[in-house]
Design a protein around this ligand. Sequence first.
Ligand SMILES: [Fe+2]
Length: 98
Amino acid sequence: MSHKQDFGSDLGAIFMTGRRLSTWVPAGLCIGLGAGLIATAQKVEHYEIASYGSARDWAEQLGLPEHAQMLEQTLIEEKHADKLLTEISHTANATAAV
Ligand SMILES: [Fe+2]
């Protein structure tokens, strides 16, 4: 079973982007690779934010407040992860640019 079959097609494409990055970047440029992997991880977080945000809205519209609350909590966690990755990427990108 391929990686694209393991995940949804969007997540599979993101996974393959990270995999291609690790193939294309020479070993001496591992700092640049780190920045690229962080960007790839952020793509996953953005995908999750869009997905959980939509699911939360649907739960609200269907009159399922407990489900909406759980999805809102997960959405908050995904946004927090994205924020942390942004902070890390600022450091990684600044280091890679030197
Ligand atoms: Fe996540």
